[in-house]
Write a protein that binds this ligand. Structure first.
Ligand code: GTP
Ligand code: MG
Ligand code: ZN
Length: 291
């Protein structure tokens, strides 16, 4: 008899699944053949061995050191990109994350955590108003001294939400604020590493309610994209599409080509100049990744 479940965590050749009818169970899988991700729907046999990973609706991931796509989690309804004044994001971190989500058809929202600290007006923080104008949801939160999550609980009230961002921006703090009794609920799962810090080491699914989960992920120092053709990267800048249709060349890179409608739109302010500039930087970055 087989049993259906949700992958809560998977590493090396082992995982933990939440059975639809029953408890959390450990399971094994042959890593050579199959790599389940947190958020995957799976079938286990009566001995809790993995039989099948059901088809994914999407995957969120990042580029590895060799420019290959590495999936982090599956079946997401949204990616929550967490930034903070400290540690400050690099200029393109948010643009890369937004592109990484959009390319895989995953809605993204930006959480600016540590609202108790002054928000710098420079660097990537200056781009937030442009992102807001494009329709991206920007939510300001804090977990200290007293938590203030603004509209975040409502926004994450259904479906699967992935918390992603640099190490130390407060993803796990937000998780704890969103699920106040998390420790009691997940005592067996909680991990503490040395030095009194609680750096997250493995992406893990946490239940919020009957119909909502949050996936906490280990922070990265820098989020990288993977090597991809320019047409794929452009899916990460969906606001370009109506203009790109009017570029003279079908394979226009929206750089210095004659008749580029995207560049004209950026010059006219129809699309934010900051997004066009980010596009050119990510395109240049791609040339390095392709090597
Ligand atoms: N000042 C301030 N500090 C915060 C806030 N939220 C979290 N922190 C602190 O930031 C540090 C890192 O928080 P974590 O929640 O562990 O960060 P994380 O993003 O989960 O980090 P990784 O697991 O390494 O990716 C901790 O010392 C938190 O107490 C906040 O709103 N304001
Ligand atoms: Mg964490
Ligand atoms: Zn163009």
């Amino acid at each position: 008899m087989s049993q259906a479940g949700l992958v809560v965590r998977a590493w090396a050749n082992r995982g933990i699944a939440q059975l639809d009818q029953g408890p959390l169970v450990p399971f094994h899988f042959p890593r050579r053949l199959i790599r389940p991700l947190p958020g995957d729907r799976i079938m286990l046999d009566a001995q809790d061995s993995l039989i099948e990973v059901l088809p994914r609706k999407n995957e969120f991931g990042r580029g590895d050191a060799r420019g290959r796509f590495r999936a982090v989690a599956a079946n997401l309804d949204r990616a929550v990109i967490v930034i903070a004044p400290e540690p400050a994001p690099s200029p393109d971190l948010i643009h890369r994350y937004l592109a990484g989500a959009a390319i895989h058809g995953i809605e993204a929202l930006v959480v600016v955590n540590k609202a108790d600290l002054a928000l710098p007006e420079t660097g990537p923080f200056a781009d937030l108003k442009d992102l807001d104008a494009l329709g991206y949801r920007i939510v300001h939160t804090r977990c200290k001294p007293a938590a203030d999550l603004a509209e975040l609980p409502d926004l994450l009230g259904t479906g699967a939400s992935l918390l992603t961002g640099q190490s130390g921006v407060g993803k796990t703090s937000l998780l704890n604020a969103l699920i106040p009794d998390l420790d009691e609920r997940t005592g067996a799962l909680s991990q503490v590493t040395g030095k009194g810090t609680h750096t997250t080491t493995t992406a893990t699914v946490y239940p919020v309610s009957e119909n909502a989960v949050i996936i906490d992920t280990p922070g990265v120092w820098e989020y990288s994209l993977w090597a991809m053709p320019p047409a794929e990267l452009q899916r990460g800048f969906p606001e370009f599409a109506p203009h790109a249709a009017r570029c003279r060349f079908r394979d226009c890179r929206h750089d210095s080509e004659p008749g580029c409608a995207v560049r004209v739109a950026a010059e006219n302010g129809e699309i934010p100049a900051s997004r066009h500039a980010a596009w050119l930087r990510l395109l240049a970055e791609q040339r390095r990744l392709q090597r």
